[in-house]
Ligand binder design. Structure first.
Ligand SMILES: *[C@@H]1O[C@H](CO)[C@@H](O)[C@H](O)[C@H]1NC(C)=O
Ligand SMILES: *[C@@H]1O[C@H](CO)[C@@H](O)[C@H](O)[C@H]1NC(C)=O
Ligand SMILES: *[C@@H]1O[C@H](CO)[C@@H](O)[C@H](O)[C@H]1NC(C)=O
Ligand SMILES: *[C@@H]1O[C@H](CO)[C@@H](O)[C@H](O)[C@H]1NC(C)=O
Ligand SMILES: *[C@@H]1O[C@H](CO)[C@@H](O)[C@H](O)[C@H]1NC(C)=O
Length: 289
């Protein structure tokens, strides 16, 4: 105890030698980060401590005179890279977004206290997709990247626009829309550049145009089917109403329906509503038309 106090007393009155050097480190999430603590003094350290510039963050220390390590609030992902006595480098593996920040390595020896600062930036490669939304608009999306990815197009377009979404975890999604006015070029290329990756995606515009044509034909068929069903229902109801009306007014017995393909039994008033719903299926569309 007395020895400990003596050491502390000595340490308290020693000067603090701030090491101006700032080590900047950029590591991809999921990878390994090694933060170095350079040995700049001629004298071996008594104690080395790694801490972050936040109050409740991890504190990792080693006392060489007692060969004792201590950890306070450190996740199991944070460890010494080597034996701290030989090299007090810090290892974080796997790195995640919360590890981003400033780290201080503090070494204490008979010459004083030395602080070495490290700044860790965590980068996340985006997920890249190239699709098309409607006729003549291609969409290139770089999702949840950190920092935001840059999107460019080949050929360069005057009709491209960009949107950006910031996520709470610090990642950014960028969406670029490419509009082409003429089909003079057979394909469009989306280039995504990011510190963690570069990606090139190509879309065949001729194929897309054909697909779009099919989509449009499909949509047209859908619209005519819906119209058919609606007309069918309208005519049925008119038929129902007419047949009800003929039953009530017995004087007009000679009334005849205009020639149509509406089945006779559907005209019977009591069954009418059920029949309508019963026939509300894609097959009846063709029957009615
Ligand atoms: C680093 O530490 C060792 C002992 O641990 C010491 O001999 C050496 O002088 C120190 N300084 C440098 C700059 O290597
Ligand atoms: C450890 O971290 C948690 C939050 O992550 C905090 O609430 C707690 O106070 C910290 N403990 C110490 C001893 O710093
Ligand atoms: C873009 O617009 C400029 C004029 O605003 C024009 O000179 C250029 O040819 C256009 N480029 C493309 C690819 O349409
Ligand atoms: C960040 O948040 C976005 C949106 O919530 C999510 O899609 C993405 O996976 C997150 N990234 C990381 C690395 O947690
Ligand atoms: C991406 O491409 C740029 C040049 O366009 C290059 O400087 C950079 O190193 C590349 N990055 C990766 C991760 O390949």
């Amino acid at each position: 105890m007395a020895q400990k106090r003596a050491v502390l007393a000595v340490l308290l009155f020693l000067p603090i030698n701030l090491v101006e050097a700032l080590n900047r480190l950029s590591v991809e999430a999921g990878h390994e980060a090694v933060l170095n603590c350079p040995n700049i003094s001629k004298v071996h350290f008594l104690m080395v401590t790694w801490k972050r510039s936040c109050s409740s963050c991890c504190l990792l220390s080693y006392r060489s005179d007692q060969n004792k390590m201590s950890r306070k609030n450190c996740s199991e992902r944070i460890m010494w890279e080597y034996s701290p006595d030989s090299d007090p480098a810090l290892r974080i593996y796997p790195v995640n977004l919360e590890d981003e920040g400033n780290y201080i390595c503090e070494t204490v020896n008979s010459e004083g206290t030395f602080r070495f600062f490290s700044s860790l930036t965590v980068i996340v490669p985006p997920i890249v997709t190239l699709t098309h939304v409607k006729s003549r608009v291609a969409v290139c999306q770089a999702s949840a990247g950190k920092p935001a990815a840059d999107i460019s197009w080949i050929p360069a377009s005057n009709h491209s626009s960009e949107e950006e979404f910031h996520h709470p975890n610090g990642t950014v999604t960028r969406v670029s829309y490419f509009g082409w006015t003429s089909s003079s070029f057979p394909s469009v290329t989306c280039l995504v550049t990011h510190p963690a990756m570069n990606q090139t995606l190509v879309m065949d515009l001729r194929y897309t145009s054909h697909r779009l044509l099919y989509i449009l034909l499909g949509a047209a068929a859908g619209v005519s089917a819906v119209t058919g069903v609606t007309l069918c229902l309208i005519f049925r109801c008119r038929a129902c109403w007419l047949c009800k009306w003929t039953q009530q007014s017995t004087t007009i017995k000679t009334y005849h329906f205009p020639p149509s393909r509406v089945r006779r039994e559907a005209v019977q008033p009591p069954q009418c509503p059920e029949r309508i719903y019963e026939n509300y299926s894609p097959r009846s569309v063709y029957v009615c038309l």
